[in-house]
Design a binder for this molecule. Structure first.
Ligand code: NAD
Length: 513
């Protein structure tokens, strides 16, 4: 699939115009200033989106606060039913939204569809969860007393998201926040604003069909300055922010300064350990997909391969061969494996990293380079590269959001490899390729990987929604999506009820009047 009807796709998603300005969502209060969205696929202007003003933001917050007063009183299973309908609508719009994700962000059409599928999956998960927002009951130490805990909605949740998962990250947050009884205000990445508007239109339809307040889902647009409206706003008890570690450090400080909660999903520097007992064929597939999928622009992209010295040359050779098969080009053409980077700035970062690794003493075994000419007019297409490097290089310690894979040699036993794997500031995703049970268990043990995600015999990228997603250290410590991640969207209350005519005090304290 190469050609597609852009007008038809945008219309299906409720976006009005192409190349001369795109409508804003209902809850977005426009200014004269706009963000222009250019596709990294062909460099063309797709649409313009108005930037939210401070005044507009205040109106959004009023709409959201009113909606919260209503929404929190709806039973959780009812809220689940609305999320179920949202999931159904996403199924209908899956192809159109998947194409928009691919065209505006640059990931392959299959990955665009996969992202919408993740939205559908989290809706299904949230529907079930809407009947399972359980608290515990405890035995009171006092006679005739009952003690239990319950979870109440938090309020208005602020969501700040990154460009590389322009729709799924919002859904991971909103689907759970909504069933928990919260309402959401979303600021998508300024690099993918049309994806934000498309999502807002879809949920707006569901809310209108059910006569529900539109403020349950709100959208604001702009760069970090608009993001700051949220982080500085004491009316917002929780900020969920996905993006770079640089951004997370600023947001964390701002939100902590007003004693708000933040859920941070930040950068990764993910590694696969390849031991002498690894299945090399599986390793190559996992490593190549992990390193070049989404052109290396996943937070879980594989950045480092830590390979035992006894198989280092063999793995390097197999990877080099595999890289020669890669087809780079229009991500909407399903024959291509690698699409463009998001913009020219990202291309500069990629070139800078390749230069740095060589300066620090690394050796390129698969050369990179920026592609030009027919099919590459946007200037955002680059060749995936592989370099032999040391873990201590400054550039290896840094997350470069591009398809560059560093090969690092280890000797001795698996604990040496784990030491290298943990020897970075980030702690998102990690993997080991081995058929040796002892190595696998050591990797998963208390002395093993220090990451939020640790996989055996699969790569670092491509998480399922059923597990809690997130990472440690400079990745920010937040958890989203599955397991009990919902708890962060609610406030826990401990309740003790006395059904006697006495008033015994805890810890047996006597207080006679
Ligand atoms: P970015 O940090 O440049 O921007 C992310 C979002 O934060 C944008 O919406 C931006 O406008 C906003 N923002 C930036 N500074 C802000 C501030 N001071 N106050 C409020 N908002 C602010 O990141 P990006 O380039 O869009 O995305 C790439 C990064 O995101 C990578 O580091 C990647 O690893 C990370 N990421 C992490 C996860 C995860 O789950 N851990 C998922 C996706 C992306």
């Amino acid at each position: 699939m190469t050609d597609f009807d852009l007008t038809e796709m945008l219309q299906e998603l409720g976006l009005k115009a192409i190349n001369n300005g795109t409508s804003t969502g209902k809850n977005s209060f426009a200014s004269n200033e706009t963000i222009e969205s250019y596709s990294p696929v062909d460099g063309l202007l797709i649409g313009k989106v108005s930037i939210t003003t401070k005044e507009g933001y205040e109106k959004v917050m009023m709409t959201a606060s009113e909606a919260f007063a209503f929404w929190r009183n709806k039973p959780a299973p009812f809220r689940g039913e609305i999320v179920r309908q949202f999931g159904q609508k996403l199924r209908v719009k899956k192809e159109a939204l998947g194409k928009l994700v691919s065209y505006e962000m640059g990931k392959s059409y299959q990955e665009g569809l996969g992202e919408v599928q993740e939205m559908i999956d989290i809706c299904d998960f949230a529907v079930g969860l809407s009947r399972q927002l359980h608290g515990l009951t405890m035995h009171s130490e006092r006679p005739g007393h009952r003690m239990y805990e319950q979870y109440h909605p938090l309020g208005v949740v602020g969501i700040i998201s990154a460009f590389n998962f322009p729709v799924a990250v919002w859904a991971w947050n909103t689907a759970l926040a909504w069933i928990c009884g919260d309402v959401c205000v979303w600021k998508p990445s300024e690099k993918t604003p049309l994806c934000g508007i498309a999502c807002q239109q879809i949920i707006a339809e569901v809310l209108a069909e059910n006569n529900l307040p539109e403020g349950i889902s709100c959208l604001i647009n702009g760069d970090y300055k608009v993001g700051e409206f949220l982080t500085k706003d004491a009316r917002i008890p929780l900020i969920s922010a996905t993006g770079s570690t640089r951004m997370g450090k600023i947001v964390a400080k701002e939100v902590a300064g007003r004693l708000g909660k933040s859920l941070l999903e930040l950068g990764g520097n993910n590694a696969i350990i390849v031991t002498p007992d690894a299945d090399i064929k599986m390793t190559v597939i996992g490593a190549v997909f992990g390193a070049v999928g989404t052109a290396g622009q996943r937070c879980t992209s594989t950045r480092r391969l830590i390979i035992h010295e006894s198989i280092f040359d063999k793995v390097t050779e197999a990877l080099t061969k595999a890289y020669q098969q890669l087809r780079i080009g229009n991500p909407l053409d399903e024959k291509n494996h690698v699409g463009p980077l998001i913009d020219i700035h990202a291309v500069k970062m990629y070139e800078n990293a390749l230069q740095k690794v060589v300066e620090e003493g690394g050796k390129l075994v698969v050369e990179g380079g920026v592609l030009s000419g027919n099919g590459y007019k946007s200037g955002c297409y680059v060749k995936p590269a592989i370099a032999i490097a040391n873990n201590s290089f400054a550039i290896v310690q840094h997350e470069t959001f591009a398809p560059i894979l560093y090969l690092i040699k280890y000797s001795g036993d698996v604990m040496n490899a784990i030491h290298i794997q943990n020897g970075v500031a980030q702690g998102l995703s990690s993997a080991i390729m081995t058929n040796n049970l002892r190595e696998a268990e050591a990797f998963l043990s208390v002395n093993g990987s220090d990451c939020g995600i640790a996989n055996v015999n699969i790569g670092t990228s491509g998480a399922e929604i059923g597990g809690a997603f997130g990472g440690e250290k400079e990745t920010g410590g937040g958890r989203e999506s599955g397991s009990d991640a919902w708890k962060v969207y609610m406030r826990r209350q401990t309740n003790t009820i006395n059904y006697t005519t006495e008033l015994p005090l805890a810890q047996g304290i006597k207080f006679d009047l």
